[in-house]
Design a protein around this ligand. Sequence first.
Ligand code: CAA
Length: 379
Amino acid sequence: MFQLTEEQDQIVSLARDFAREEILPGAQERDKTHSYPAEIIAQLGDMGFMGMLVPEKWGGTGLDTVTYAFSLAEISYADASVGVILSVNNSLCCYPLVAFGNPDQKDRYLPDLASGRKLGCYALTEPHCGSDAAALRTRATRNADGSWRLNGSKVWITNAPQADVAIAYTTRDPALRYKGICAFVLESGMPGFRVGKVEDKLGINGSGTAELIFEDLDVPAANLLGEEGKGFNIAMATLDGGRIGIASQALGIAQRAFDLAVSYAGERTAFGKPIGAQQGLQWMIADMAVRIESARLLIYNAAALRDAGKNDSRACSMAKLAASEAANFCADKALQIHGGYGYSKEYEVERLFRDARITTIYEGTSEIQRLVIARSFLS
Ligand code: CAA
C-alpha cells in the first residue's frame, strides 16, 4: 500500500472530518429534496477545496493531484453530489484555465472560482454527440471586429444551473472534426447565453445538470481559451484530469457502500448467527474489498504520474474504469446484503446504488475508457 506524506494526510484528514461531520448528515435529505448544497460549497470554498489545483498566486491551495484525489474521495464518501460539484469546478473548469489560460484570463476567473465565490462548468456534450466529442456542432463564427458569435446547445452539463463560468467547446466548421474546435470562457450573464432544461435524474440529485443554450452569443476575442482550432486537445487533456476526479468520486461511493455493508453484516442475524458469518456474504465482502483497493491504487498511480509531470491518459482511464465499475459493484452488493431494507429510500445504500450509476457514464463511458486504454497499446 502506498503511503501519503504527512502534509497530504493532513489535508485528506481535514476533508474526511468535514465530510463526516458536516456533509454526511444532510445527504439523504438533499437527495430527497433535490437541493443544491450552497452552504456546504461556500464552506468548502473557504477551506480551499474549490481551488485545489489552482496555484496560490490565483487564490487556490495549489495542492498536488494525489491530495486532490483522496480529498475528493473523502467528500464523495459523504455525498457524491458534493463530490461531483467539486470535481467539475476543480478539474474541468479551473484546470484548463490554469493550464491553457493567458495571464489575463487567469487573473479574471481563477480567484473567484478557487474561492467558491463563483462556480464553473464544462460544456462539451451536445444532443447528438457524447462519446464522439469531435462531432460537436455548436458554431463559432468570427465577427468583423474579431469577436466570436456562438450558436448551438449543450446537454447534460453538470453544475450548469448554478454555474457562473463555463468552458465551452465549439467548432468553426463541423467538417474539420477535431481540428475545427475552439474553446471559450463564457460568463453566465452574457446576452444570448442561457440555461435550458434542468434534468430530473436517477441520482446525484444534490448537483444540478442542465442544458446550456447559445443564441447569437457574442464573445470577445479575449475569451478564446488557448489557440484557435486547438480546443479538442484542451478538452481531452482536461478530461484526463477529470477522469481522476470521477474515479475519486466513485471510490468514495464504493468505500461508503463497503463500510455500510460490513457494519450491517455484523449486526443482522439469520439462522442464529450474524449474516457476515455466512460464506456467501464473506465472498461478496472480499470481492468488494479487492475492487476498492485496486481502484485506490490505480487512482494513486494516475495522480502520482500527473504530479511527476507525466500525464498518462491510459492511467487516468484505467483509474476511472476500475473505480466506477467498483462503485457500481459495491453499491449493488451492499444493497443485496441489506436485503429488503437496502431497497428502501430510508437506507443510504439505496442512494449509493443510484449515485454510483452515473460514474460509468459521464466524463467518458466505461466503453470509451476501454477504447483509450486499448488504443494506447495498439498505436
Ligand atoms: N490529451 C491531449 N490531446 C489529446 C488527448 C489527450 N488525452 N487525446 C487525444 N488528443 C488529441 C490527439 O493527439 C489528436 O490531436 P493531434 O492530431 O494534434 O495529435 C486529437 O486529439 C484527436 O485525437 P483522436 O484521433 O484520438 O480523437 P477521436 O475523435 O478518435 O476521439 C476519444 C478520442 C477518446 C474517443 C474522445 O472523443 C473521447 O474522450 N470521447 C469521450 C468524451 C467524453 O468523455 N465526454 C464526457 C463529457 S464531459 C462530462 O461528462 C462533464 C460533466 O458535466 C460531468
